[in-house]
Design a protein around this ligand. Sequence first.
Ligand SMILES: Cc1ncc(C[n+]2csc(CCOP(=O)(O)OP(=O)(O)O)c2C)c(N)n1
Ligand SMILES: [Mg+2]
Length: 394
Amino acid sequence: MSVGLPWQAKPLDRIGRAFAVPRKAIKIKPKVEWLSILAGDGKVDESLDPKLDADRSIYLYRLMLMARRLDERCIILQRQGRIGTYGPCRGQEAAHCASTIVMDREDWVVPTYREPGSFYHRGWPLETVLQFWGGFEEGCRPPEGVHDTPIAVPIATQALHAMGLAWAMKLRGDRHAVLCYCGDGSTSEGDFHEALNFAGVYRLPVVFFVQNNQWAISLPRAKQTASETIAQKALAYGFDGLQLDGNDPLAVYVGTTEAVERAKSGGGPTLIEAVTYRMSVHTTADDPTKYRSKEEVETWEKLDPIPRYQKYLLGRGILDPKRIEEIEADVLAELAAAVVRYEENQNADPLDCFKYLYAEPSAELEQQRKEFQTALEREGMIEKQEPRMAQQRS
Ligand SMILES: Cc1ncc(C[n+]2csc(CCOP(=O)(O)OP(=O)(O)O)c2C)c(N)n1
Ligand SMILES: [Mg+2]
């Protein structure tokens, strides 16, 4: 039981009274807004509908479907031991597909690991994505000429790379922009805040696009931050935040287009928070039934972006049942061919994992490579190789 300390009560009262004076609210210029166009029930706000033409609409639909079918295929391949751990994007197709298509070839896209639709759209061969999840280092590397950075698994480190790219654009006077994907979990990392701060100070042409999928592995959004929104974190860095329905491809497209336009016309960065949901596992190494309820998942399944967009396109007469079937068959055939290419072209030299990180490996890395090589030779997993120096001399 706590005992009152009467002699302490008085000064506290005095302080309380001293501070009880009227305050003036500080008017902050940057703002936080909410955007939704195509509601969960398929109703569209006509006044905001960007009315993308038929080709672009079908392209986006196919892209979202490709991301979903690739996900499903990868989970099967992982269970069969044909690739390694896989991190699915199920439920997040609208968020990443409808934002990446806004970017021009000359712009830069900075991914995490949960944007397969973006890789595909930007020109990564599907088998390269499979190589990445298959544990082959070369799968991390964007194809020549594609303005993407490598797949980033370390959380939020890519935000600094995005900021660096945007700074270079600004210094050169290029009229391009950078789209940087992040997860809700990454917003608790120092790197994320350093990138936003720098981008705000130098008004860099960058759009930070947070896919708030409600979970960072087993940590829920409510424990990630006490902020009401993630979008409002932009205010502290002097630029606008936009929270949008991340399962609404139209809102994602419009919100990202505006932010990219602002970036390109010298208006500085934007922080977009796409409110979405990771409908599947964090990765195939995870069991979400341990930390979230069936009811929660079912609630979000009703907001699935793909049936929602399909219904909208059927309503506009852009899709019909026959076309839907054709797109489905086309996507599955393209995927099946990519799996064959992936499996036929496996360069299974385990020592490759030392090749791709640095142009000039450090002495420490070279030492590790040698130790690994010796161990593999000892176990008979690779043929005994001549020492490197001897090879070079011959
Ligand atoms: C710097 C760093 N710390 C920890 C991890 C381990 N880790 C992998 S994924 C993840 C959660 C990321 O959550 P979020 O940013 O919300 O992205 P999501 O996986 O939900 O797309 C963590 C902590 C990591 N990859 N990098
Ligand atoms: Mg997350």
